[in-house]
Design a protein around this ligand. Structure first.
Ligand code: SF4
Ligand code: FES
Length: 269
């Protein structure tokens, strides 16, 4: 994942156009700094996305009042909705900057001001870049991986039924963007809820013939504090996920498996 901090002379300009795009951006110089807002006007080009708009600002970081400022910091890498790094609030909605098209955001209101802000549930690193390490800590807590001991040749993996592959494939499309956590009312400090992505990945690896060796540990982890019982079935996650993961189905399936595991553990104590 890269963090953009491109510095170029303020006199440098790339595109010229009579039409301008207005964009208001929440700025924050450091994790503890006070947040401010800056407004920019960018020459319009057809088919721009939010990432290219931020690139234009980096080439000429001067706000609408003519005041010289700094390029906006944001995370970005693949530019094709694969790496999951560029999630931010665009017009108040959690979206990926690289797939958010300016023409679509403006619609039939070309004079509208587009607003950009960092995701609200994660600590700000700088400007639009946030620290989403909580997702990776949650994935570690449920051991969301296939355990492989050593780097030697293990031979062919176990066979998988096509029906299982078909169920697993959509879950494997998660890009760790954290949008499902941002939009979930239960994802907050009070509940410590792990969020839909972690539960979906636990299901993905529980269904893997090799990964299922850790199935019981994953289910016990999801039965603990911040686990699956914190889900309030708001279903915001499944609507907001940019990769259309079947998140509510995964949560239901894992809820059933966690319950069965708890009953088993109760009788074998
Ligand atoms: S489940 Fe969807 S919204 Fe959540 S992190 Fe994965 S891709 Fe993003
Ligand atoms: S830059 Fe990779 S998902 Fe947007």
């Amino acid at each position: 994942m890269g963090t953009a901090t491109l510095e170029v002379p303020v006199t440098q300009k790339t595109a010229t156009s009579a039409r301008r795009i207005k964009v208001e951006i929440r700025r924050q110089a450091s994790p503890d700094a006070k947040a401010t807002t800056e407004t920019f006007e960018i020459p319009y080009r057809p088919n721009m996305n939010i990432t290219s708009l931020l690139g234009e600002i980096a080439l000429n970081p001067v706000d609408v009042s003519g005041r010289e400022t700094t390029p906006v910091t944001y995370d970005s890498n693949c530019l094709e909705e694969i790496c999951g790094s560029c999630a931010m609030l665009i017009d108040g909605k959690a979206m990926m900057a690289c797939s958010a098209l300016v023409d679509r955001l403006l619609g039939d209101k070309p004079d509208k001001t587009i607003t950009l802000a960092p995701l609200s549930k994660f600590p700000v690193v700088r400007d639009l870049a946030v620290d989403r390490s909580v997702l990776f800590e949650n994935l570690k807590a449920v051991k969301a991986w296939v355990p492989i001991d050593g780097s030697y040749d293990l031979g062919a993996g176990p066979r998988q039924q096509p029906q299982i592959q078909e169920q697993r494939y959509p879950l494997s499309n998660c890009i760790s963007c954290t949008i499902c956590m941002e939009v979930c009312p239960q994802f907050n400090d009070a509940t410590g809820f792990v969020g839909a992505a972690t539960i979906a990945q636990a299901k993905l690896f529980n269904m893997d013939p090799a990964g299922s060796v850790l199935k019981e540990e994953r289910l016990r982890a999801l039965a603990g504090d911040g686990g699956i019982q914190e889900c309030g079935f708001a279903q915001n996650c499944v609507q907001a996920c940019p990769k259309q993961l079947p998140l509510t189905e995964a949560i239901s399936d894992m809820g059933r498996d966690v319950f069965v595991q708890q009953v088993k553990d109760f009788f074998t104590r």
